[in-house]
Design a protein around this ligand. Structure first.
Ligand code: HBI
Ligand code: FE
Length: 289
């Protein structure tokens, strides 16, 4: 039984905040937005996105033809890793979000951005969620990580330390990079669903790129409105799953007494992949953004 929340959902939204996708109701212009975004990223990502992401894109046959039908991709996904995609109106309360993840249900925005919002929007739409997040759920290790993250989120909520766990999600699931023999590759959904950040995250000299360390990540604030000032790099997806299997109790106790780090900090203990110039962030600060 999915968790309900004491925050009542809007009218027409189920207690677990899911809605029907009504795939048949999408207008041709909405499918066109998907195709435009898909084609842009499909041309850009080979050589930038990691193999599990590219394999997932193919395995789910995320159509070039338009917005996928969640029921269809859920059939394939269930067979591969037991995950399914459920439609939600947008951001849902944390405890609802975590309960879905803990039960291998990925909540995906049902709406798609307008043609004048191609490059950025605040709320996760169907392109961010299904193109960005869902292909990685075809990878068994990442699929286990996402469920473990959901279970951890429910525990963190209980301890009031959610903001630290949210950083783990942000710097891995949304903006994670990975070492591969061919060089750095992207697995974070927030990057692969963004044309500009798919280039910035790998090529720009501005951001720091540091070796992933769970405690370090959980002390590091993040940007929600602009490119990241730091990206964390994992040696493998197994590293993420192993990180969730450790004793979070001791970690939370240490974190409760630890200060947040500056977003552009580089610590002596950091494994530095790129020491960034932070030129982009400085220029945006000058522009008053
Ligand atoms: N809801 N639909 C949706 N998608 C998200 O990515 C999401 C959310 N609610 C909460 C949330 N993310 C974050 O606060 C957690 O990752 C911490
Ligand atoms: Fe996301």
């Amino acid at each position: 039984m999915a968790a309900t929340t004491d925050i009542a959902p809007p009218p027409g939204v189920r207690p677990d905040w899911t809605i029907d996708q009504h795939w048949e109701r999408y207008a041709p212009a909405e499918h066109d937005v998907w195709v435009t975004l898909y084609e842009r990223q499909a041309a850009l990502l080979p050589g930038r996105a990691c193999d599990p992401f590219l394999r997932g894109l193919d395995a789910l046959d995320l159509h070039r033809a338009g917005i996928p039908d969640f029921a269809q991709i859920s059939e394939d996904l269930r067979r591969l890793t037991g995950w399914s995609v459920v439609a939600v109106p947008g951001l849902v309360p944390d405890e609802v979000f975590f309960d879905h993840l803990a039960n291998r249900r990925f909540p995906a925005g049902q709406f798609i951005r307008r043609p004048d919002q191609l490059d950025y929007l605040q709320e996760p739409d169907v392109f961010h969620d299904v193109f960005g997040h869902v292909p990685m759920l075809t990878d068994p290790i990442f699929a286990d990580y996402m469920q473990a993250y959901g279970e951890g989120g429910l525990r963190a909520l209980g301890r009031g330390q959610l903001h630290q766990l949210a950083r783990l999600y942000w710097y891995t699931v949304e903006f994670g990079l990975m070492h591969t023999p061919a060089g750095l590759r992207i697995y974070g959904a927030g990057i692969v669903s963004s044309r500009a950040e798919s280039v910035f995250a790998l090529d720009d000299p501005s951001p720091n790129r540091l070796g992933f360390n769970l405690e370090r990540v959980m002390r590091t604030p993040y940007r929600i409105d602009d490119f990241q000032q730091v990206y964390f790099v994992v040696p493998s997806l197994r590293t993420l799953l192993d990180a969730t299997l450790q004793d979070f109790g001791g970690l939370y106790a240490r974190l409760a007494g630890a200060d947040d780090l500056a977003i552009d900090a580089i610590l002596p203990a950091d494994h530095v992949v790129t020491r960034g110039t932070q030129a982009y962030a400085a220029q945006r600060a000058l522009a008053g953004r």
